[in-house]
Write a protein that binds this ligand. Structure first.
Ligand code: AMP
Length: 209
């Protein structure tokens, strides 16, 4: 029996992914939210699930340690790896990747200080705009950077905008719309095609129903 490993992104994306997997008849045997395990068997003998940080999902799929991954487009853009296809947009965990600045802030002509965890995306975006920046890599709480005068702007995920508002910031420019995508290891797509095709078709039907 051909074994299939699926890497899922923990947190918000997982909450929206599990109902989708249930719809296609796939369920982890343990409660993934309370268990401390990271590798779960499922109700289908040949399918197992890994629960990872979003930024690690493309790495596991790229190296073929997971055949299929589900991850936010933000993480995939930042990863910029190859070794996998991105065949399906699940349309879940939608949000926007945006620039944001303190309410009313007007950038001056000098170099803009930009704090973000999305350094690759930000570098490309500001370069396209022809704007000179100093990038400051942060791993969380980007909203704090302008308050503490560590940065002039941030690049971050915006959903309702409440987090920005609570910190005196406002969204400025939209870089791209984000949703969760299915990625598939390129070699697995060939060697495990029937199994992977079945899962992709079922997911496609589930998201469009
Ligand atoms: P909000 O206050 O609703 O604009 O949410 C903003 C914060 O929630 C961001 O700083 C993100 O860390 C997180 N967030 C919201 N939506 C998503 C998503 N779809 N994927 C990942 N993180 C998200």
């Amino acid at each position: 029996m051909t074994q299939i490993t699926i890497a899922l992104t923990k947190g918000r994306i997982l909450k929206e992914t599990l109902p989708l997997l249930k719809k296609i008849g796939l369920e982890p045997v343990d409660d993934v939210f309370t268990s401390r395990k990271l590798l779960f068997p499922t109700n289908q003998e040949n399918i197992r699930i890994l629960i990872l940080r979003g930024s690690d999902v493309p790495t596991y799929v790229q190296f073929g340690k997971a055949d299929i991954g589900i991850a936010g487009k933000d993480g995939l853009l930042e990863h910029q790896g190859d070794g996998y296809y991105e065949p399906l947009d699940l349309g879940i965990a939608r949000c926007k990747l945006m620039t944001a600045a303190p309410v009313g802030y007007q950038p001056t002509d000098g170099k803009l200080r930009v704090a973000t965890k999305y350094t690759k995306v930000a570098r490309e975006y500001y370069a396209q705009q022809g704007r000179q920046i100093d990038l400051i890599k942060l791993y969380g709480a980007m909203e704090l950077a302008p308050i503490m005068d560590l940065a002039d702007e941030i690049v971050d995920i915006v959903d309702t905008g409440n987090t920005l508002k609570a910190n005196g910031l406002e969204a400025r420019e939209m870089i791209t719309e984000i949703s969760s995508r299915v990625i598939v290891n390129k070699a697995s797509m060939k060697t495990k095609f029937p199994e992977i095709k079945d899962i992709l078709s079922a997911l496609e039907a589930a998201v469009s129903s």
